[in-house]
Design a binder for this molecule. Structure first.
Ligand SMILES: NC(=O)c1ccc[n+]([C@@H]2O[C@H](COP(=O)([O-])OP(=O)(O)OC[C@H]3O[C@@H](n4cnc5c(N)ncnc54)[C@H](O)[C@@H]3O)[C@@H](O)[C@H]2O)c1
Length: 697
């Protein structure tokens, strides 16, 4: 039983007890219904208190039951709420720490609610692309009014109990209890034991909002903010129903919206991402109870773009960092940038000065390896040059204590080779941060062939501490993210040769949901970065064709916004991309040289080739075991590459499209003589899944 029943004199106490956050799984729901029945059958019981054991009142649905029959098994949450509605003895919810989703809906069905200060109150369902489906959209407006509840339901963000309790006219909380919550709740229950009639939220009327057009203004604001997601607008509709419809009609309306939203691809994508993030941290061959190495001191080698950002992650988490450089001036420059980044946050009011001071107090710098000899984790972020990496790792091997983890932030080099520079390859791992490293959530953890299991367990744990989404990749050129991106970029180039313009390609990609199309991204990041890598590719992989257009664009000094021109022209000081006549000429010259008559290319073909090229490479990455699961690939793209969240990542998008259709499209693309026809041969795994009518996920 995950809810217990106990008598405290004339008050029955039902305690939700389903660690870690008292999720309302089937056993817990049954426990509440049975407890209520018992309390009603016992003539000595005058009132009931429902409370939560441990860390929460209740965090809502039990996510472990998602997609299992138990999730909807009777009694469901509606049945629990109905039992509460029908109670003839007063029921008091005693809330502490967390009341979210179904947990809050349950509390709203009780006659009274008492609360401890500091509790987080939320209806976060919108974050999974749905809405509160157990009365939340109808009950919350009745106790908090339209403005506050609309804001909470549409954003899904938590509010603090003490702030809500202070709001004028609120009926969410009947009392704030400082001190022992259960004792306070018992005393309150005895005070109201004889109340008649029992107050019920369902019997209240939603107070009209101060401004009648609040629903319209919220909808207008959501047009851009909720792009691609239907749930926030449906939340607005549901709250409006709480104002305009009677309770039972409102509940019926909420149910219809809920059922619609659960079936949408957008909600499926959000749930995929939610579970994908949790799954990514699990390694099948590394047991959850693997002892972790202690990480109390971090050293970062190199104070460049990445070194500074990487250091900030650890300082933010309260972990001391020492940065090592080759020259004092490089240290000064790097630390100056880091300080400026923090000061900008202070100026914007995002960070308090005293917090900044605390963080900077954890930072030291050095030119001497002896100063990092006792580090627990060293992260190298020096130039992307194997000779420099060799020099650094040999030195680390000499100086740093045994048992420390030695990590490289390399984007393209072979982590096994880097490990071989040391006599402790088992302690070496890739930690591939993304720029800006203090902002981007993705961390590709590159597992070398010798990397020890406890090193993997430790870095996955550290990733959580610094709030990264860690995805494990095997060693290969480009790891998961950049290896797939290479195909996307190549396709973008072929599309130019065949008749598209940079602006058409970008527009199509942006309409699909990318924040920026490939050419705008190039201009922002610097076209020279890719050019540099391509030049190496031309010798390493002579058969891998790239359009020459990008090279000519770089030869003309068109590196992007930093040089004032790239794939687009820019007016001084502005970031608005303006179509470039020079680039158009470069494209036309290349078409001529290849003997191509340009054709009209549909946006559908553009997006198909951009995205399904990544999917085909992703299938190979899965087959080779470089990625452990399709959802890991999706997490890389959602958290590191701006792939539209409402599409759930490239592999999920392929699943949604239907793999048979994806294969048919690839066969079509294969007929195009300008394209890389060999590449478009569907990867064996993809072909097999498509033939069997299966999906990646
Ligand atoms: N910039 C990115 O977007 C990005 C993203 C992911 C990974 N990376 C990888 O991160 C690493 C660093 O890239 P970056 O962009 O920060 O480069 P950067 O040029 O900005 O910084 C490199 C720093 O390393 C220092 N350095 C060079 N040799 C050193 C040595 N022997 N000992 C100590 N310090 C030394 C340099 O003085 C410089 O400050 C590279 O491996 C790169 O591939 C970069």
């Amino acid at each position: 039983m995950s809810a217990t029943y106990e008598l405290h004199g004339d008050v029955a106490v039902i305690t939700l007890n389903n660690p870690p956050v008292n999720g309302l799984g089937h056993a817990t729901r049954s426990g509440v219904v049975e407890g209520l029945a018992k309390a009603h059958a016992d003539a000595t019981v005058k009132a009931v208190v429902i409370t939560g054991a441990g860390k929460a009142f209740s965090g809502g649905a039990d996510i472990r039951e998602f997609n299992t029959p138990k999730a909807s098994a009777k009694p469901d949450l509606h049945d629990v709420n109905t039992a509460l509605d029908n109670a003839t003895k007063p029921v008091v919810a005693a809330i502490h720490s967390v009341a979210m989703g179904g947990g809050l809906e349950l509390a709203l069905s009780c006659n009274y609610r008492v609360v401890a200060p500091g509790a987080q109150i939320a209806l976060p369902e919108v974050k999974l692309g749905i809405l509160p489906g157990a009365g939340g959209t109808q009950r919350l407006p009745r106790v908090l009014g339209v403005e506050t509840s609309l804001n909470m339901i549409v954003s899904g963000e938590p509010a603090k109990s003490e702030a809500l309790a202070k709001a004028a006219g609120q009926k969410l909380f009947d009392r704030v209890i400082e001190g022992d919550l259960l004792q306070g709740a018992l005393a309150f229950a005895r005070e109201v034991a004889a109340a008649k009639p029992l107050p019920r939220v369902r019997d209240l009327k939603t107070p009209p909002p101060a401004s009648a057009d609040i629903f319209e203004t919220t909808r207008a604001a959501l047009k851009t903010k909720a792009r691609g997601f239907p749930a926030p607008l449906r939340c607005v509709d549901a709250v409006e129903a709480a104002l305009n419809k009677g309770f039972d009609d409102g509940i019926e309306f909420e149910r219809q919206q809920f059922e619609f939203l659960v079936g949408t691809n957008e909600s499926k994508a959000l749930r995929h991402a939610f579970f994908g993030e949790r799954t990514a941290s699990k390694l099948p061959d590394v047991p959850e109870d693997t002892p972790l190495r202690k990480i109390e001191k971090v050293a970062v080698i190199g104070a460049g773009t990445m070194g500074g950002g990487i250091s900030m992650n650890f300082l933010n988490a309260g972990i001391p960092v020492t940065i090592l450089e080759t020259k004092q001036e490089f240290l000064d420059r790097g630390l100056g940038v880091l300080r400026k980044n923090y000061e900008a946050q202070v100026a914007k009011g995002k960070l308090k000065q005293e917090v900044l001071d605390k963080r900077l107090a954890l930072l030291t710098s050095t030119l001497d390896y002896a100063a990092i000899a006792d580090a627990d984790l060293v992260i190298e972020a020096v130039y992307e040059d194997i000779a420099v990496k060799e020099q650094v790792f040999k030195k680390l091997d000499e100086v740093v204590r045994q048992g420390a983890i030695l990590a490289s932030n390399t984007s393209t080099l072979d982590v096994d080779k880097i490990a071989s520079f040391t006599k402790r390859p088992q302690d070496v791992v890739g930690l591939h941060f993304f720029s800006p490293a203090n902002v981007m959530r993705l961390l590709e953890v590159v597992r070398g062939k010798a990397t020890a299991k406890d090193v993997m367990a430790t870095v996955m744990n550290v990733a959580k501490k610094i709030k990264k989404v860690a995805v494990v990749s095997g060693v290969c050129d480009g790891f998961i993210g950049n290896r797939m991106l290479e195909q996307y970029t190549r396709q973008a180039g072929f599309l130019l040769e065949e008749g598209a313009s940079p602006q058409q390609v970008d527009k199509a990609a942006e309409a699909f949901g990318f924040a920026m199309g490939p050419f705008r991204v190039g201009d922002l990041a610097g076209n020279d970065v890719g050019w540099y890598i391509r030049k190496r590719r031309y010798t390493e992989k002579p058969n891998l064709r790239y359009t020459k257009i990008g090279d000519v664009v770089c030869e003309r000094g068109r590196f992007g916004q930093k040089t004032g021109k790239g794939w687009y022209d820019y007016e001084a000081g502005k970031r608005e991309p303006i179509p470039s006549a020079e680039v158009q000429q470069i494209i036309e010259d290349e078409r001529k040289a290849r003997g191509i008559t340009p054709r009209q290319i549909s946006d559908e073909e553009i997006v198909g080739r951009l995205v399904f090229s990544m999917v085909n490479e992703g299938a190979k990455i899965l087959e080779e075991g470089i990625a452990l699961r399709a959802s890991d690939i999706d997490m890389v793209y959602l958290t590191g590459y701006g792939f539209p969240l409402f599409r759930g990542g490239p592999m999920f998008h392929a699943d949604t499209t239907g793999l048979a259709k994806v294969v048919a499209l690839m066969k079509d693309y294969q007929k195009n003589p300008n394209d890389d026809t060999a590449f478009w041969e569907p990867a064996p795994l993809l072909a097999k899944l498509a033939a069997e009518g299966k999906t990646f996920n």
